[in-house]
Design a binder for this molecule. Sequence first.
Ligand SMILES: [Mn+2]
Length: 380
Amino acid sequence: MRLLHTSDWHLGRSLFNLSLLEDQAAVLADIVEIARDYRPHALIVAGDLYDRAVPPPEAVDLLDDILSRLILDLELHVVLLAGNHDSPERLGFAARLLERNRLHIAAARSPIRIIPLEDEHGPFEIAAISYLDPAEAREFLDRNDLHDHDAALQALIAQARTLLQAHRVVLTTHAFVQGGATSDSERPLTVGGAGFVSPECFDGSDFVALGHLHRAQSVGNRPIHYSGAPLKFSFGEVGQPKSVSCIEIDARGESHIRLLPLSPPRELHCLQGSFEELYRNVPDGVRRDDLISITLLDKHPVLDAMNRLRERYPNLLQLSQPALVEVPSGGVRPPEPTRLSDQELFADFFQQVAGRPLDDAERAELLAALAEFHRQEKHS
Ligand SMILES: [Mn+2]
C-alpha cells in the first residue's frame, strides 16, 4: 500500500499581510507532480485545508484546481478531513456526492468516514476522523462524559472501529499528540491549555497519519506520523525543512516513511547584522523575492531603515532593532509581540492600563470569551 500524506495547507494564509497563495499554489503543484510519479493508492490531507472558516475565493479556487488535477487527471483517491481551522459544514459540502468520485471528506454530518481500498495484498481501510472538540464529540456521540480531547478522540476512534472490516487499517485525524514538537504557526486547540491526546489512543492502527503540528515528525516509537505543513508559515520555522510524506505499508502492516522535500519559490530568511552590512551586501543564498525578517544590531537609530532596506529586500516583512527597545526599570525586556498568544497579549495590555495583573476570575472570564470567539468564528 502506498500513501501520500500531507496536511495543514492553510490556503489563504498570509505572513505579515503578504498573501502566501502563490507559494501555496507552487508547492501544491509540486505535490501533484510527486503524486503523478509515485502513484499512491490514496492521498491524505489531514486537516486545516483552509486557514479560516470563510476562506478567500482565490483559496477555494486553488483547492478546486488541485483536487481536480489529483482526481480527474491522475484518478487518485483523495481523503480530506476538517481541521480546527476549517468550517466543517463548508468543507463537507456535497461530501456524499463527491465520495462516488474518489473524493472522501470527513466533516460536518459525517465526521467519521471509512474508505475501503485494495492493494496487491488485499483489502485495507482508511478511517478518517475530522477534528471535533470535546463539546462537538459529546454532541455527535450523544455522550456527556467526554471532558477532554483525549477522551473525545478515544471515543471517536472506538466508534470508527465498529465500522471497520479489513484487518489492515490506516487512521487519519487532526490532533495534538503528547510528545509532538510544536512550531510558531499552529493555533492551540484549547484556549489556555494544550488539548493533548495520548499516543496510546491510536493503538491497533497499522499507521496513523496526522495533521495539526506543522513540523514533519514521527511521535515516539509507534507508527504515528505528522507530515507537517508543505510551507513555512512563520519566521520561527526557518531551518525547518518542509516535505510531503510517502508511506509504504507491507502485507504485515509494517510501515516505511520517506520525506520528499518541497521548496517554495520564495524562501524565508532571518538576517542579522548592522544596517551598513545588510544594505551593502545581500547574503549568499538570499534571492530578491525571498521573504525576510531582519534584526539590526546597530546601537543607534537608523534613519528610514525599513524603506532603505526594502530597496535590497522588497519583501522585508519584519524589522527589529533590539538595542533600541526600552528596557523597563525591572530590567526585563518585553517579549516579542508576535510570539504571544491572544491571552498573553491581553494580559499584557491589561497590566499596562490597569497597573495590576489579571486576577483568577478575570483570567477565567477572558479564556471563556476567547473560546467563545473561536467557536463563533468557526461556525460563522
Ligand atoms: Mn494547522
